[in-house]
Design a protein around this ligand. Sequence first.
Ligand SMILES: NC(=O)c1ccc[n+]([C@@H]2O[C@H](COP(=O)([O-])OP(=O)(O)OC[C@H]3O[C@@H](n4cnc5c(N)ncnc54)[C@H](OP(=O)(O)O)[C@@H]3O)[C@@H](O)[C@H]2O)c1
Length: 305
Amino acid sequence: MTGSGLPAILLTGGTGQVGRALRESPPQGFELVAPPRTELDLADPDALERWVAARPWAAIVNAGAWTAVDAAESSAPEAWAANARGPAALAKASAAGDIPLVHLSTDYVFDGGSDRPYREDDPVGPVSVYGASKAAGELAVAALNPRHVILRTAWVFSPWGTNFVRTMLRLGETRETLSVVDDQQGCPTSALDIAAAVGAVCRRLAAPGPAPSGVFHFVNGGETTWFGLASRVFDRAATAGRKVPALTPIASSEWPTPVRRPANSRLDTARLTGTFGLAPRPWTEAADEVVDRLVRAGGTEGAGA
Ligand SMILES: NC(=O)c1ccc[n+]([C@@H]2O[C@H](COP(=O)([O-])OP(=O)(O)OC[C@H]3O[C@@H](n4cnc5c(N)ncnc54)[C@H](OP(=O)(O)O)[C@@H]3O)[C@@H](O)[C@H]2O)c1
């Protein structure tokens, strides 16, 4: 218990997309404590240990990560510190206090070569520094704290920070035409929905009695391509009277990036639904909600995030 009388959850990455969504809608029945990175740095094992030992946390949620996929190629030590060594230190410290740890991870642990949605026990095969560092973080969390839930998600968008939906709306303000990659398959996922899932998982883990552990996939329902997501974003923005660009589908080869993106980023969520009873809503509904928020805010929501 804390000053508020509620059990407390410690959150890393409170300024990120998932972190902001959790701060906007904290798990019901808990106080959420989200220290800034200046106080709780995943690259600083001593700070992690101090924070974990500071209170009898009901759970710890690790939403902090180095997420700049291309930049990670030239900043491998920093990416590994945040994505692998930090989670390892968090897992070790939380296990010492018998505290459950919810750790966010990514579709980038896979190489994208599968022709069906990935299941949790499919072998990982990262093709980037980011993916390899996140895969190592997963392994460390699973090995060091038996009370863990690793939630892999993908294609995250929200009203805040850097994400595809915000980028499309920003570019759409000035461009007459836009070319968007149409040969990568994935499941766009709202950080608002991830936050709700994290809340439900925390409630289950903090309840008395045995609780599930392991890797679980959480993405919104359905699947599409980046072109499909862009089309939905602009269709929705147009209904609110926004001027929208003409879209052209292109191949990934026409949009080279330092890191090859997985052709298939789809994640199968059956294990999560079967275990936690959570049924993710369709990505279309989740995307409409975020577009509506951003259009209503006239581009001001999330500014500076
Ligand atoms: N974004 C996606 O499309 C995506 C897809 C799949 C999985 N995921 C996973 O989902 C989780 C949340 O992602 P997100 O999109 O919310 O991330 P995000 O918006 O990029 O935010 C990252 C957060 O991590 C913090 N952070 C970075 N380095 C840190 C460090 N050394 N110590 C402490 N905090 C640090 C950032 O703090 P500052 O604000 O101080 O930089 C920020 O709060 C991550 O585990 C990510 O790997 C994301």
